[in-house]
Design a protein around this ligand. Sequence first.
Ligand SMILES: Cc1cc2nc3c(=O)[nH]c(=O)nc-3n(C[C@H](O)[C@H](O)[C@H](O)COP(=O)(O)OP(=O)(O)OC[C@H]3O[C@@H](n4cnc5c(N)ncnc54)[C@H](O)[C@@H]3O)c2cc1C
Length: 389
Amino acid sequence: MLAFRGVDFLEIDSQFSEQEKLVRQMVREFVEREVIPHIEQWNREAKFPAHLVPQMAELGFLGANLSGYGCAGMSNVEYGLILQELERGDSALRSFVSVQGSLVMYPIHEFGSEEQKRKWLPALQQGQAIGCFGLTEPDFGSNPAGMRTRAVRDGSDYILNGEKAWITNGSIADLALVWARADGVIRGFLIEKGTPGFSAQDIRGKMSLRASVTSLLSLQDARLPASALLPGAQGLKAPLDCLTQARYGIGWGAIGAAMACYHEALEYSKNRKQFDDRPIAAHQLVQEKLADMITEITKAQLLALHVGRLKDQGRADFAHISMLKRNNVKIALDVARAARDILGASGVADEYPIFRHLCNLEAVFTYEGTHNIHTLILGERLTGIPAYK
Ligand SMILES: Cc1cc2nc3c(=O)[nH]c(=O)nc-3n(C[C@H](O)[C@H](O)[C@H](O)COP(=O)(O)OP(=O)(O)OC[C@H]3O[C@@H](n4cnc5c(N)ncnc54)[C@H](O)[C@@H]3O)c2cc1C
């Protein structure tokens, strides 16, 4: 018997196909069995559960919405449901799957040569190779256009120099997709672990996404053959296109974290008694919080589903996906904070999942375009006026 049966106030389940519900159930059972019993420990120890990668690969989670080269060829809605359920377990697992699928496999699938696709996509899909995506630099986060990492031609080779910061999976990656300026144009390079001049060092002391590996990548005269260049990726539009794919998944994933917090707070409020032996759920102020939480979760579910259907029809653009990421991560953070409040002192203990989700969501609010940057993307779409500078 599963402890968690989903959160569905508005019968949104009626809008999912049987196949979509089967995919969701499969991931929910995986999370219930393999993640929930252990995640607090991994989070305490700041340990990424690498032993789950082969299972996630076997279940088709990696590059799930890509076709060919061994990928599962799922719809974008099915892919979204996978990420929703994974993030109910922990944002670290969802981050791993987002990076592997949307930020490493997708660009190879989209911009890679046939040789690169054949070499890497099956290995990445099967979890035999782990990937990372290096765009952010120590001095360039929200504004990657300013990047300093350079690739200079030397015969048919490229010599890369620079640093990439806050890179998910960095030190465990067999393959790093690193973005660098070559002849003034931003290009993507596939760098294999062990390449001389290329190294990764973990960032310690993170209070968020503790079960995820985050690293600094360093390139010092790293020599790469011309075959390391992604031929189809030219200009900043290419990495931004990858981010659009990943942000789509985050929009779904955030719902999972919000559901976990809401579910926990609701159950707790029915059992915790204060003042005349009444459950705190009997107090109007607590009910107001629960009503706000379920309303925002329901709106987030509808937004994700609609954007997912548009994406499956090829009609979702980056501004739609900015709205999804911006709204759903914000409401998940608000839900987590309200849930934390409902649990009182217990809300700060890792006996309950809420504070972990709350801390995770703080990073999710910042990465893949901060909340502010998505506000500006929407602002530009509405007014036609860019307000980034
Ligand atoms: C756990 C974690 C994992 C990550 N994984 C990856 C990864 O795998 N690959 C990768 O490339 N990057 C990764 N990142 C980096 C992430 O994408 C950046 O942190 C993010 O883009 C923000 O950049 P920054 O931290 O430099 O903040 P800054 O850009 O310095 O922003 C700081 C603040 O200023 C605000 N701000 C900036 N510019 C404007 C503006 N024009 N108008 C209004 N407000 C503005 C921001 O919204 C923010 O509130 C990760 C980050 C974290 C925390």
